[in-house]
Design a protein around this ligand. Structure first.
Ligand SMILES: C[S@@+](CC[C@H](N)C(=O)[O-])C[C@H]1O[C@@H](n2cnc3c(N)ncnc32)[C@H](O)[C@@H]1O
Length: 253
């Protein structure tokens, strides 16, 4: 198996810098009536927890122990029906199926090799109940700028629960020819006197694919696209949106 982005080293910081909520209404709407949802690459539960609050039983799969620990700690006090499973999305078998399987927040892009994407999509296929479906969200490579923005930008300046100050610096490189890129994430933790206590560097890589490539890989995994949207507001597919959101079902259904 190829390498993956290890979020473990920044698991305690993830919720401090990922504040995105632009997709949550989409997921709540799509999950309506499902009752049970399998989230693959659930992380700290940014999507799982709102779905559990909306009344669904959620199974949350992720490869990062650290992120899943954060999820469990947040779900506990509210007694939310979320079960975490530590597993690689390319190689897991829960021996049960779900009416809805989701791979949110463009996480499939974190898989470099096409064979591994097919393996992950096969795992998605195996876990879809008869009559069920999957939804996978991705960035549209056609709408990515190919710049080599190597300049770190200060993205946030926040206070940690221990009173220390966290500066989050970010930049991103993307090669439009290979469609590969890397995000530079630098975390600096200062005490109240401004003394630097700790620096952490996290450089997750990503690989974008266009719709045609995704459809080929999905087909190899026994899936077919039944619907496609260009955005989280359910914008109909145009090929020109920032996002590519696919609904998939088993090919034989
Ligand atoms: C961008 S984060 C998204 C997390 C969460 N879904 C969210 O919306 O905040 C990508 C997630 O994919 C997970 N991931 C990356 N490679 C994985 C793999 N091979 N198997 C399972 N999870 C993986 C990471 O641990 C991380 O939680």
């Amino acid at each position: 198996m190829g390498k993956y982005n290890s979020y473990d080293r920044i698991a305690d910081l993830y919720d401090h810098y990922v504040k995105a909520d632009y997709d949550l209404d989409f997921w709540r709407a799509e999950a309506e009536g499902a009752g049970e949802v399998l989230e693959v690459t659930a992380g700290t539960g940014r999507v799982s927890l709102p779905l559990a609050r909306a009344g669904h039983r959620v199974t949350a799969v992720d490869i990062s122990y650290g992120l899943l620990k954060q999820l469990t700690e947040k779900a506990g006090p509210e007694k939310l029906p979320v079960e975490t499973v530590h597993a690689d999305m390319r190689d897991f078998d829960l021996k049960r199926t779900f009416p809805l399987v989701i791979v949110p927040f463009h996480s499939l892009e974190e898989i470099h090799d096409d064979c591994d994407v097919t393996a992950a999509l096969r795992r998605v296929r195996v876990h879809i109940a008869p009559g069920g479906r999957a939804i996978v969200t991705l960035h549209n490579p056609a709408m990515q700028s190919g710049g080599d923005a190597c300049m770190l930008r200060l993205m946030s300046d926040s206070e940690l629960p221990n009173g220390n100050r966290l500066l989050f610096w970010h930049s991103r490189v993307y090669n439009a020819t290979t469609r590969e890129g890397m995000s530079y994430q630098l975390y600096e933790e200062y005490d109240v006197d401004g003394l630097l206590l700790r620096k952490r560097l996290f450089t997750p890589h990503f690989h974008l694919r266009d719709r045609a490539e995704i459809e080929v890989l999905a087909d190899r995994a026994g899936l077919r696209v039944t619907r496609a949207w260009s955005g989280y507001g359910h914008e109909e597919w145009s090929g020109e949106g920032r996002y590519m959101i696919f609904e998939l079902v088993g090919r034989e259904e």
